[in-house]
Write a protein that binds this ligand. Structure first.
Ligand code: TPP
Length: 330
């Protein structure tokens, strides 16, 4: 549901919907992290824990007919856009019931029926794909919009400039959402990124804002403005959301880092204290929009959903061998 231009806070109903999605993403990611460490997954996973308010705050404004393109940290975007948790879990487990029939895995969760163009292992790859999606939407003239989620590292890729230029020139219904989690793999953003990322937008004459990406309300409000602008045919917008990934870059990293540290415990702790879900919990309870019992019910409901999805994935068959030669050519 889109807000009116002057709305700065989501309704209680919208907030509860968003909080439930954020919690689902968190619990799914926690489970995947634990299962990877227990040797139950076939590939390392890049978790979205800590960044949930960005994906959820943006996607709350979107419909199935709107497109999103994601990056390697794509589980959160998939669930935020309304993707099915069972089908995603089965995909990550490489099962035939997966959303891509078990052929894509963690970095390719896509569901075109939900407007999810997919996660993408190529850093910056989604930015160009979504530009094409926005171009097709502008030709169709139905008021649909396209959103690219990418990291601060991806913002340094050449494709970023091309997409900014083209989308501004052609007034494409597009929203650039940079999730600045301060790191690109194990490099601090300020050692690889020159200047302020948001300032790229001004060079192409498009509005750009910086928001606290751990503040659901702030993300939701900024995204609401950008979506309204795009739907009205006024062109693209840029949002730089500051956030932090609470997990490692990839769950396999302890193996190859061999004890090397790239961020301090104090920094991780400081960001844990700004946890976007805990902030929502505090706000809901302190403003009497929810009770502790309701929160406990929510936690239980989400836990059951995660357990069900994992069991569904485990019980599902692997893809048939002949499938290996399908979907290769069109
Ligand atoms: C074109 C390309 N270059 C390099 C890589 C290796 N790589 C994978 S993730 C990553 C860091 C991306 O950082 P960022 O865009 O900030 O996203 P984050 O992981 O912080 O969410 C890199 C360099 C890649 N997958 N693709």
């Amino acid at each position: 549901m889109s807000p009116t231009p002057e709305a700065t806070r989501p309704s209680r109903a919208d907030r509860l919907t968003m909080v439930e999605r954020m919690l689902l993403i968190r619990r799914v990611e926690e489970r995947l992290g634990a299962d990877f460490k227990a040797g139950k997954l076939i590939a390392g996973v890049h978790l979205y824990s800590g960044q949930e308010a960005v994906g959820v705050g943006v996607c709350q404004h979107l419909r199935d007919s709107d497109w999103i393109a994601s990056n390697h940290r794509g589980h959160g975007h998939f669930l935020a856009k309304g993707g099915d948790v069972r089908a995603m879990m089965a995909e990550i487990h490489a099962k035939a019931t997966g959303v891509c029939k078990g052929m894509g895995g963690t970095m390719h969760v896509a569901d075109l029926s939900k407007g999810i163009l997919g996660a993408n292992g190529i850093v910056g790859g989604g930015i160009s794909l979504i530009c094409g999606a926005a171009f097709s939407q502008s030709l169709q003239g139905q008021g649909a919009v396209s959103v690219a989620f990418f990291g601060d590292g991806a913002s340094t890729q050449g494709v970023m400039s091309e997409a900014l230029n083209l989308s501004a020139l052609w007034k494409l219904p597009m929203i650039f959402v940079c999730e600045n989690n301060l790191f690109s793999e194990f490099s601090r953003s300020d050692t690889v990124v020159a200047g302020r990322i948001v300032d790229r937008a001004a060079a192409y004459g498009m509005p750009g804002v910086q928001v606290d990406g751990n503040d659901l309300d702030a993300v939701w409000a900024a995204a609401g403005q950008a979506v309204l602008r795009a739907r009205a045919g006024q062109g693209p917008s840029f949002i730089e959301a500051f956030t932090y990934r609470m997990a490692g870059h990839v769950e396999a990293e302890t193996g190859f880092l061999q004890g090397a540290q790239y961020r301090s415990g104090e920094e991780v702790q400081a960001w844990a204290e700004r946890d976007p879900i805990q902030r929502q919990r505090t706000q809901l309870l302190s403003t009497q929009q929810a009770t502790a019992e309701q929160w406990a019910d929510l936690e239980a409901r989400v836990a059951a959903q995660v357990e069900d999805a994992v069991q569904f994935a485990i019980d599902s068959p692997p893809p048939p061998a002949e499938q290996a030669l399908q979907f290769m050519f069109a």
